[in-house]
Ligand binder design. Structure first.
Ligand SMILES: [Cu+2]
Length: 320
């Protein structure tokens, strides 16, 4: 949060520093007053030679509510006035920050982000792209995110780029996302959405314009039919297993939508919402026993022979 990499996060970080300084000064003031109070009470006790001064007796009609000393009016008055002034100031600053951050970016790059337990569906309607868990954007350009949910409430949070915004079922929230420099920015679901809430991460990958255009062109392609024999067998394993009920591979009969689109799986850096790196070993482990890698996620284990698994892996690795 305090290492912002985009204009929205930069404004939020500025507000955060102001709040920290204001809050810190108030805290120091409170501790100082407390110290003075303790010190005076101790001196009063020593003067009287008593171990502890008796507690003040409250009686109705007492000029100062039963407590000794005039400065009390000042303390009570200040204790009401200070928070009113400080909180109104903080409120104004917060509203100013919110106003300064637009909630929509370009009309060209519009990205639908749909929360699922426990992964992110990502769609680019203008480019006809469907992917998952990794959002590519052109660096230096504001893009528009439309956030919604397929099940429970999730929250989109990429701390280096922006604040949190909820994904609510049946509602669409807009968010302007911009990264100043090309790079990889990790995000995280920030609303408890079930057992694998903490395992619901994502990557925002800011590319140069040229890299972004190349990525778009590649993602728009359907999956190329496999050419080598083992990959052809692997495709048959996939099309002949339960995978097709939950996953889509564009250009094949696999058209399920319960899980992430696998058409360009091999082009992604991570698996299972940034839980593990996208390597052959992790992919094999994931397919055989996804519950071991991410307990409680919605993909069941699949029973495959070693030959079937190796063929399936070879096929999945062709899905660039
Ligand atoms: Cu979530």
């Amino acid at each position: 949060v305090i290492a912002p990499a985009g204009p929205a996060a930069a404004r939020i970080a500025t507000l955060w520093w102001i709040l920290l300084v204001v809050g810190g000064l108030i805290w120091l003031g409170v501790v100082a007053l407390l110290g003075v109070g303790l010190w005076r009470r101790r001196r009063a006790g020593e003067d009287a030679g008593a171990e502890d001064p008796p507690p003040p007796v409250l009686r109705s009609g007492d000029e100062h509510g039963g407590l000794p000393g005039r400065p009390l009016n000042w303390v009570v008055g200040g204790g009401v006035a200070m928070p009113v002034v400080v909180l109104i100031g903080v409120y104004a600053l917060t509203l100013g920050t919110m106003r300064a951050i637009p909630n929509r970016g370009s009309d060209e790059v519009v990205i639908d982000v749909i929360g699922h337990q426990f992964w992110w569906e990502v769609r680019y309607p203008n480019q006809a792209i469907v992917t998952a868990n990794e959002i590519h954007i052109p660096a230096g350009e504001p893009v528009t995110l439309r956030l919604t949910s397929a099940d429970v409430i999730h929250s989109f949070w990429v701390p280096e780029l922006h604040g949190k915004l909820d994904l609510n079922p049946g509602l669409t929230n807009h968010l302007m996302l911009q990264a100043d420099q090309p790079g990889e920015y990790r995000g995280q679901c920030a609303e408890f959405c079930g057992v694998q809430h903490a395992g619901m991460a994502l990557l925002v990958i800011a590319d140069t314009r040229a890299d972004f255009d190349a990525w778009v062109a590649q993602q728009q392609q359907p999956a190329l039919p496999p050419t080598d024999e083992i990959a052809i067998q692997g495709q048959q394993v996939l099309l002949g297993s339960s995978c097709v009920y939950c996953h889509t591979v564009a250009g094949t009969n696999a058209t399920g939508t319960l899980g992430p689109d696998l058409t360009h799986l091999a082009s992604r850096r991570t698996l299972a919402a940034a839980t593990v790196a996208n390597t052959r070993g992790h992919l094999a482990g994931w397919i055989i026993d996804p519950q071991a890698i991410k307990p409680g996620n919605k993909m069941p284990p699949t029973n495959l022979s070693a030959t079937e698994l190796l063929a399936l892996l070879a096929y999945l690795e062709t899905l660039h």
